[in-house]
Design a protein around this ligand. Structure first.
Ligand SMILES: [Zn+2]
Length: 444
């Protein structure tokens, strides 16, 4: 039998300690502790029991925006210039050195770290273009199968260098989708102007419809763009900045009937749009069912370095988007490459950085930020049975913490990571057990 009883669990959402009964890869029941004995008749004899003594339990963390094909490159391809455009050129050149084994090794190392950090689902963008061809995509497709027991991996075929900007890319994207890429990506920010941006967005939607896949765009990095320069009145009677890619993406989502199937990542430019127009954009995203994934860590790293005063960091307006009812989540973006050499697979660390960047200040705000690394991205990724209720998939992480405040203490040990009821990754270090008397200490 694979029954497992997890006793003394403190759910991340609060309430009394619970016993979680796991069997067949799913959560059978989540029972308040005083009732535990009454339920014990349901549990098979010889069932393994883990006692948590009030440690926190989260559903597996979800990183909805990563770039595993480029991860762990920082030592080999350093960022020596300090501008986002130069980093793009450096990374574009570096891709010519990518081999299947190289991408596999770095991505696998990153996935191992994800598992150790209690991440059980990742959406990764993977570059597809004439420089790297389908080399990275095929390496990630292999890893998707090999890590299936531990991580749900979604692969986005991503035109990092644009589509018509790099001839040959569209055919490779089509091949990537025919080979089984889960989603098609876009890089609207690379377009030279609004007309080019619209053409790229239309090309991406054409591919999405042809292969019936969801869409995840990189859009609106541009914090130096003037979003007051191309404001026009649209059919809904509202004014929009046409050079903000998210506007055309949202309208195209509606005309394609793709509501609920489109994500826009970054959206840094929203921070530079005047408040009244910004409110229009937030409303448009909500009515179009377009989700927004913010990536504060990499935005803070890359943006505003040339600003002599008042350095702009270009973190999108998460709180305004949430207030408008837009589905939002937070991802890491790049992990230890030239786009962000400080990128990390630890989503608690990412949540702290994002809270600082977004002016989320209360304990309830921190809870919200943790939702943006768990339930919110799970919804965007369409993960069925995600959560800690009876019937959900038994994918969870036990932390060496007994309150949300404990998560702020630094590197929080993961005591147990389950994926579909099975312990995954290396065994976590056990808390110290001391026998035969107390440790010698320093007299007070
Ligand atoms: Zn990205």
């Amino acid at each position: 039998m694979d029954d497992l009883l997890i006793e003394g669990a403190r759910l991340w959402t609060g309430g009394p300690l619970r016993t979680i009964h796991v069997a067949g890869g799913h959560i059978v029941s989540v029972t308040p502790e005083p009732d535990r004995r009454e339920r014990s008749a349901d549990v098979a004899a010889g069932t393994t029991t883990v006692r948590l003594d009030g440690r926190l339990v989260f559903p597996g963390f979800v990183n909805v925006h990563a770039h595993l094909d480029k991860a762990m490159l920082a030592a080999r391809v350093p960022d020596e210039t300090g501008t986002i455009d130069e980093v793009r050129r450096t990374m574009a050149r570096a891709k010519s050195s990518f081999t299947h084994d190289d991408v596999r090794e770095r991505a696998a190392r990153t996935l191992d770290r994800c598992i150790r950090h209690g991440v059980t689902a990742v959406r990764t963008h993977v570059d597809v273009d004439p420089t790297v061809g389908l080399v990275s995509l095929r390496a990630l497709a292999e890893l998707k199968k090999e890590y299936e027991h531990a991580i749900d991996l979604q692969i986005v075929a991503f035109p990092q260098e644009g589509i018509e900007e790099f001839p040959g890319t569209e055919q490779l994207l089509r091949q990537a989708l025919a080979d089984g890429a889960d989603l098609v990506g876009g890089h609207a920010s690379i377009a030279a102007g609004t007309a080019e941006l619209r053409r790229q967005v239309d090309m991406v939607f054409a591919l999405a419809e042809e292969f019936d896949v969801d869409v995840d765009f990189h859009a609106d990095f541009g914090i130096t763009e003037d979003y007051g320069r191309e404001v026009t009145r649209h059919r809904d009677g509202r004014d929009y900045p046409d050079n903000l890619g998210a506007v055309h993406i949202a309208e195209r989502t509606v005309s394609a009937g793709y509501q609920g199937r489109v994500t826009v990542g970054h959206l840094c430019g929203l921070d530079m749009v005047a408040p009244a127009l910004r409110a229009n954009v937030c409303d448009l995203l909500r009515t179009a069912g377009v989700a927004v994934v913010s990536t504060p860590a990499s935005n803070l790293y890359g943006n505003g370095r040339g600003d002599a005063v008042g350095a702009r960091r270009g973190v999108t307006r998460l709180t305004e988007l949430m207030a408008a009812g837009v589905d939002v989540a937070v991802g890491t973006d790049n992990i230890r490459d030239a786009f962000n050499p400080w990128g990390n697979t630890d989503l608690i660390q990412n949540a702290v950085i994002a809270s600082l960047a977004c002016h989320l200040v209360t304990e309830q705000d921190f809870m919200t930020m943790l939702e943006l690394h768990t339930t919110a991205p799970a919804k965007i990724m369409g993960l069925a049975g995600y959560g800690l209720a009876a019937g959900d998939e038994a994918s969870l992480v036990v932390l060496e913490a007994r309150s949300l405040a404990d998560l702020l203490d630094g590197d929080v040990a993961r005591r147990l990571v389950l994926k579909r009821g099975r312990s995954v990754g290396p065994p976590p270090p056990a808390p110290l057990e001391v026998c035969g008397g107390p440790l010698p200490g320093v007299a007070p």
